[in-house]
Write a protein that binds this ligand. Structure first.
Ligand code: NDP
Length: 329
């Protein structure tokens, strides 16, 4: 029996090729659960992993795809049986272990999460790693005391995957959401997700001469990093926190320590890859209850496996809106 997968191969020191291949089950890596994948998605990191010298991929050939949802086909682990619906994000799947751009995957049972009640596999991948990271950011802000009565919460990279889910969740929880975007044409989309203010990227994407500006944000979910994150630190209210999720605008952060010292602000790191199982359950449960499914539907850009190489290139250029959902069958 054969199945289709997108395979990245190294062609020389500085190039890779990406092609659809027909594979047999014996080609899959070691693992104790085999999953019939239904949906996967395209995250920013997928774009990176499909480029040469991304720094993430150690061995080729690789089936990329850092997340997927599907049905257990066979299992040697007592926690899972054939027919169970599961979702997987992180654990370096799609980087060092073959991932979701395939009709089948074989993985370690520890990496799987049972699909929460109320979510379909399609919805789980509309959320995907980006949405899971967004809910981890919201949880981190809540853990540091954020409540809806404290004022506006900023979401950067708002029209992207992390930003779209963060905007919709925060709005559903009763927060006023200020959405930063470099794409003015997404304003109606962001308002439909619940944003109450649209902030043009140009107003906040360069560092200020002043380390402290007026206290504006009660919190921030940041998908951009770089100068924007440095700028946000100086605009947070006293004691407020920013959850640093992404680096779409750059990894280097030319920041001053003054906001930490004079305003007691907090910089919270968010990692979705190595999150412990218990926190994953909490995150997925919160997504099932706090993310309005009609809003999620509005974020979806449907695709199939053949579309992935182009979409992976587009996402690195900031040209993907919302969430790509790839039907692998
Ligand atoms: P997307 O490309 O969907 O979203 C990123 C958004 O950032 C874009 O849509 C754009 O939003 C904005 N943006 C892009 N380029 C720039 C730029 N040069 N300057 C300022 N803003 C920019 O990616 P994802 O949402 O999937 O991921 C966002 C980030 O989060 C990535 O860096 C990704 O690696 C990271 N991430 C981290 C995770 C973790 O565990 N920490 C998990 C998942 C993602 P707009 O057009 O609205 O301005």
């Amino acid at each position: 029996m054969t199945f289709n997968a997108l395979v990245v191969e190294k062609t020389d020191e500085s190039n890779v090729s990406v092609a659809m291949q027909s594979l047999t089950l014996d080609r899959l890596p070691a693992g104790n659960v085999t999953v019939a994948i239904e949906y996967t998605t395209v995250n920013y990191k997928d774009g990176l992993c499909m480029q040469p010298n991304s720094g993430f991929v150690r061995n080729y050939p690789l089936v990329p795809g850092i997340d997927f949802a599907g049905t257990v086909e066979s299992s040697d682990d007592p926690r899972y049986k054939p027919g169970d619906k599961v979702v997987l994000t992180g654990w370096r799947v799609g980087e060092s272990h073959w991932g979701g751009y395939s009709q089948k995957a074989r993985v370690n049972a520890d990496w799987l999460v049972p699909l929460p009640d109320g979510l379909t596999t399609r919805q789980a991948m509309a959320i995907g790693t980006a949405g899971f990271a967004a809910i981890l950011a919201v949880l981190a802000l809540e853990d540091h005391g954020l409540t809806p009565n404290q004022g506006e919460v900023l979401v950067t990279g708002a029209a992207g995957g992390v930003g779209s889910i963060a905007t919709a969740v925060l709005a559903k929880l009763g927060y006023q959401v200020a959405a930063v975007t470099g794409r003015p044409e997404t304003a109606d989309y962001l308002k439909s997700l619940g944003a109450t203010r649209i902030l043009p990227r140009g107003e906040i994407d360069t560092i200020s001469q002043k380390p402290l500006e007026s206290e504006t944000w009660a919190g921030c979910v940041d998908a951009v990093g770089g100068e924007m994150l440095a700028r946000v630190l100086g605009q947070l209210k006293y004691g407020a926190s920013v959850a640093a999720v992404g680096l779409a605008g750059g990894a280097a952060m030319p920041a001053s320590v003054i906001p930490f010292l004079l305003r007691g602000v907090n910089l919270l790191g968010i990692d979705s890859v190595m999150q412990p199982y218990e926190r994953r359950l909490v995150g997925w449960q919160r997504l099932a209850t706090d993310l309005p499914m009609d809003k999620l539907e509005g974020m979806i850009q449907p695709a199939n496996l053949a579309d992935v190489p182009q979409l992976a290139s587009d996402i690195l250029k900031g040209q993907v809106k919302g969430r790509v959902v790839v039907d692998v069958n």
